[in-house]
Design a protein around this ligand. Structure first.
Ligand code: NAD
Ligand code: UD1
Length: 337
């Protein structure tokens, strides 16, 4: 049987890299996206890398009627659900948009899947569900909380998925808690293309390196970390993409659901990330220090043990690879797609 995988948010940053992995592994893939934060040009780049066309439809996951039409037409056996909004700051100023897009969008998708007998789902969660972690490395059984509306959407969806599993054991759900995705496809054809000023560290540094921004502002140098700057777990987007492949394979082979961290287990400070990027682009990144960003934690990195045990997966790429690939993408596409 040819198994089709429906990928929502397929033209986005993580979705596009995962589509490449799926196509290269021989899966039949159908992508959907409403293009609110991505470009359809991604599709020709995916085709160039994989030598295969990605069947694609512009579709909003809140559009129940057209989702059902698609599910009636195509033999979908599992879904990887990336579609959603992800800017923490905007979620604070526009919580209703976040509740509608992320929570209502996921519920509409789940209802359509339920109606059409699709019972396998991989969901994009985030390390944000750990709130302010008490201990690092963070294991999956750490306490969960939300510190902003974006985080609340991920937490609520996780809880809805747990209820759904409880109600119907036919559901097999992989909940993947990503740490800090970074890097790009090694060809330099796919990468992260933020529409507005980047919120996240790596795309910001890359835009400084390419001359689009003057200087990186480092939020805080008085954290209780070795050099005083915030420590995070940066993970190469292709390692993350492979994590989705491994999760999908497990859903098809084992009749259970699981929740895992996808991170490297390595903490990297802002100053270490800047130094690694400087080495990759062979340029000095101008920095200035400001106060802490509200809501930031000192240190956040994963215990990747569960992913290793359950999926046989571990991150393989290093910080230097993430910076080299991110820089290749940014240099080739100084203004994005
Ligand atoms: P992205 O914005 O690049 O991709 C998300 C895609 O979803 C975009 O192409 C957007 O156009 C699409 N989309 C948004 N709302 C939609 C809707 N209602 N219907 C259809 N398409 C819609 O983001 P990303 O970095 O690729 O993130 C993918 C997922 O991973 C998101 O759910 C995000 O919350 C989660 N996540 C991302 C990070 C990160 O740092 N990038 C970290 C943890 C979790
Ligand atoms: C952010 C989000 C989090 C989300 C995660 C991955 C916030 C408050 N949190 O977290 O919900 O799950 O991204 O998408 O936005 N930094 C700078 N200067 C910058 C940008 C960042 O110094 O211009 C620092 C931050 O203070 C932090 C580190 O770099 O110490 C990483 O920041 P970022 O990439 O935004 O990721 P998170 O803080 O982990």
């Amino acid at each position: 049987m040819t198994r089709s995988i429906l990928v929502t948010g397929a033209t986005g940053y993580i979705g596009s890299h995962t589509c490449v992995c799926l196509l290269e592994a021989g899966w039949r893939v159908i992508g959907i996206d409403n293009l609110c934060n991505s470009s359809p040009r991604v599709l020709s780049h995916i085709a160039r890398i994989t030598d295969r066309e990605l069947p694609f439809q512009v579709l909003d996951v809140r559009d129940h009627v057209n989702l059902c039409r698609l599910l009636q037409r195509e033999e979908v056996s599992a879904v990887i659900h990336f579609a959603g909004l992800k800017a923490v700051g905007t979620s604070v100023s526009q919580p209703l948009n976040y509740f509608d897009n992320n929570i209502a969008g996921t519920l509409t998708l789940l209802r359509a899947l339920h109606q059409h007998g699709v019972r396998k789902l991989v969901f994009s969660s985030s390390a944000t569900v750990y709130g302010e972690p008490k201990h690092v490395p963070i294991t999956e059984d750490a306490p969960l909380s939300a510190t902003n509306p974006y985080g609340r959407t991920k937490l609520i969806i996780e809880q809805c998925l747990a209820d759904l599993r409880q109600s119907d054991p036919e559901w097999r759900i992989a909940t993947l808690r990503y740490f800090n995705p970074a890097g790009a496809h090694e060809t330099g054809l796919l990468g992260e293309d933020p529409r507005d000023t980047p919120n996240n560290l790596m795309p910001y540094i890359a835009q400084v390196a390419v001359g689009r921004r003057k200087c990186l502002t480092i939020f805080g140098n008085d954290y209780p970390t070795p050099d005083g700057t915030g420590v995070r777990d940066y993970i190469h987007v292709m390692d993350l993409a492979r994590g989705h492949l491994a999760s999908l394979e497990r859903l098809f082979n084992k009749p259970d659901s699981f929740t895992v961290n996808l991170g490297t287990g390595q903490g990297v400070s802002v100053l270490e990330a800047v130094a690694a990027f400087e080495a990759a682009c062979e340029k000095k990144i101008p920095v200035r220090f400001s106060g802490r960003r509200p809501g930031d934690v000192a240190s956040c990195y994963a215990s990747p043990e569960s992913a290793r045990e359950l999926l046989g997966w571990r991150a393989e790429k290093q910080l230097a690879d993430m910076c080299a690939d991110h820089w290749r993408w940014q240099r080739n596409h100084p203004n994005g797609y």
